[in-house]
Design a protein around this ligand. Structure first.
Ligand code: EPZ
Length: 427
C-alpha cells in the first residue's frame, strides 16, 4: 500500500503547469464513439480514470494508440459492443458517459447501474428521464440498465430538474444524432461541457448555447473524427493555488495551463479571504496569505463555487481569523474530508449540509485517509504547512485525478514522498 508523506514547513517557489481536465477528457473519450474513425485527443491527463475509460472503450472494440504520454489516438470504427460492464462502472461512475454516445450511434446501450460512492447515491435518474423524452426505452435487470431507441431518437425539449453535469453531457451526446432539434433547459454550464460541445461541433455537430442554461442541438446524420486538445484542469489548478496561498515563499508560485475564467467564483472567494492571486499570461501567480479572512462558501453548479474545490477551500477556512460556514449543496455526503482535517487540528462541526468552521492557528501533522480524490489532495496540501509529518493513505483516490501529484509538489520545493508501507492488516 502506498502513502504520501509530507514534511510541513518548506516554502514553495517556481511554477506548476496543470494537466488536461479529467472531467473533460473522460467525456471527450466517450464522445469518440459518435465518430467512426481515429480521433486524436491531446493534453490528456495520464491518470487512472483515463486508463479505466480506455478499458471501457477497448471492451467495446475500440483501439487506442498512446501517441505520447498525453495524446491518445482512439479508433472507434470497429466498435461492435455497447456494454459498459459492472466491474468498470463500479470502478468509475463516469463510465456511464458512454450511454449517450452509444445511443446516438447504435440506438442501444447496456450500462451497469452505477453504485453509490463515498459522495452519495450518485443516481442517474435525470439522465434516464431526459433520454426517455428523446424516445429511449429503458429496462433494468440483474444490475444492468438496458437502453434502446427502436424508433430512433427524436429531438424535443428536455428540462432538467437540476443542472446535472452528467445528464447534460449524455443528453448532448445522444441528441447530436437525433432527428430534429433538441433543447436542454436548465443545462449545466461547466467549462468541461463547453469543451465537449466544441469538439462535437468540430466533428460536424450543430450545438449552440453550451455554457448557458439553454443548449440547442440540431441532429445531424454523421460525425467525423477530429483532433482536439483537452482544456486545462481548473480543479487541479485551484488545488495548487491553495498550496501557494498556504506555503509559497516570498516570490509566490505561478500556476499555468488553465483558464482563470474557469475558476471565477473560486478566485473571487479567495480574494475576499485575503489571498493575493494575480492573473498572468499563462495562468495566475499566488502569494502566501498573510492572514485569512473568514468567508462563507456555498457549493453550486457553475458558475457557482465548485463542489470539487470544497475540501481545498476548507483547508484555508479552517485557518481563518474567525468563523465561517461552508455549505455543500451538490452531494449529500461530501464532508468526510472535514473529519480528517479535524485530526490535523481543525475545529469543524458538521450540521447536515453545513460545516461550521472556527479558525485555528495551524495544523499538526497526522496520519489521515483520503475520502475522495479532492479530499486526498487537500489533505496533502494541508500537510505542507502542518507541524511535523502528515501521512495520507488511500492515495489511489488521488491518482484518479491528479497526474504526477507528488512530483509536481516536489518541483515546487515541497518535501513530499510516495512511500510503500505494509498493509496494516497484513499480519
Ligand atoms: C461531475 O459528476 C464530476 N465528475 C464531479 O467531479 C463533479 O463533482 C460533479 O460533476 C459536479 O460538478 C465528472 O465529470 C466525471 P452531477 P456528475 O450529475 O456528472 C445528483 C471529481 O471530483 N444527480 O452534476 O456525477 C448526483 O447524485 C468528481 O472529479 C442525481 O440525483 O455530477 C449529485 O448529488 C466528483 N440524478 C448531483 O446530482 C442524476 O441523474 C450532481 O451530480 C444526476 C445527478
Amino acid at each position: 500500500m502506498d502513502i504520501i508523506r509530507v514534511e510541513g514547513g518548506h516554502a514553495l517557489a517556481g511554477a506548476v503547469h496543470v494537466s488536461g481536465a479529467k472531467n473533460s477528457a473522460l467525456k471527450l473519450m466517450a464522445a469518440t464513439l459518435l465518430a467512426p474513425g481515429v480521433t486524436t485527443l491531446t493534453n490528456v491527463p495520464n491518470i487512472s480514470d483515463v486508463h479505466v475509460m480506455g478499458k471501457v472503450l477497448k471492451r467495446m472494440g475500440a483501439t487506442i494508440e498512446v501517441v505520447d504520454e498525453h495524446s491518445l489516438a482512439i479508433d472507434t470504427s470497429a466498435v461492435d459492443s455497447w456494454e459498459a460492464p459492472y466491474e468498470l462502472v463500479a470502478k468509475m461512475r463516469a463510465s456511464t458517459a458512454v450511454m449517450g454516445p452509444l445511443l446516438g450511434r447504435f440506438g442501444c446501450a447496456k450500462i451497469a447501474m452505477p453504485g453509490g460512492c463515498n459522495l452519495g447515491a450518485r443516481k442517474i435518474d435525470m439522465h434516464i428521464l431526459g433520454l426517455e423524452a428523446l424516445g429511449v426505452e429503458f429496462d433494468t435487470d440483474h444490475g444492468y440498465i438496458h437502453a434502446s431507441a427502436p424508433q430512433g431518437l427524436s429531438g424535443t425539449t428536455v428540462t432538467l430538474e437540476f443542472a446535472s453535469v452528467g445528464a447534460t453531457e449524455n443528453l448532448i451526446m445522444a441528441s447530436v444524432r437525433a432527428e430534429g432539434t433538441t433543447v436542454i433547459d436548465n443545462a449545466a454550464r461547466e467549462p468541461e461541457i463547453v469543451d465537449l460541445a466544441n469538439m462535437l461541433n468540430e466533428m460536424g455537430a450543430r450545438i449552440t448555447g453550451a455554457g448557458t442554461p439553454v443548449v440547442q442541438i440540431e441532429g445531424v446524420d454523421e460525425l467525423h473524427p477530429v483532433t482536439h486538445r483537452v482544456i486545462g484542469d481548473r480543479i487541479e489548478a485551484g488545488t495548487f493555488i491553495v498550496a501557494g496561498a498556504l506555503a509559497a515563499g516570498p516570490e509566490g508560485i505561478e500556476v499555468t495551463g488553465f483558464s482563470p475564467a474557469h475558476l471565477g467564483m473560486v478566485l473571487k472567494k479567495f480574494e475576499l479571504m485575503g489571498i493575493d492571486v494575480e492573473r498572468t499570461d499563462e495562468g495566475v501567480r499566488v502569494h502566501r496569505a498573510r492572514g485569512i479572512r473568514p468567508v462563507d462558501i456555498q457549493t453550486l453548479p457553475f458558475p457557482g463555487f465548485p463542489t470539487d474545490m470544497q475540501a481545498q477551500a476548507m483547508v484555508l477556512s479552517a485557518l481563518a481569523e474567525g468563523s465561517s460556514v461552508i455549505t455543500e449543496n451538490i452531494f449529500e455526503n461530501r464532508f468526510m474530508f472535514a473529519s480528517e482535517l479535524v485530526r490535523m487540528g481543525a475545529d469543524i462541526r458538521i450540521e447536515g449540509h453545513h460545516a461550521m468552521i472556527h479558525g485555528v492557528d495551524g495544523y499538526s501533522g497526522a496520519q489521515v485517509t483520503s475520502p475522495d480524490l479532492r479530499g486526498g489532495a487537500a489533505l496533502a496540501v494541508a500537510g505542507l504547512i502542518a507541524e511535523g509529518y502528515t501521512e495520507v493513505s488511500a492515495i489511489h483516490h488521488i491518482d484518479r485525478g491528479y497526474e504526477h501529484f507528488v512530483e509536481k509538489l516536489c518541483a515546487l520545493g515541497a518535501h513530499v514522498e510516495r512511500v510503500a508501507v505494509p498493509d496494516p492488516i497484513d499480519d
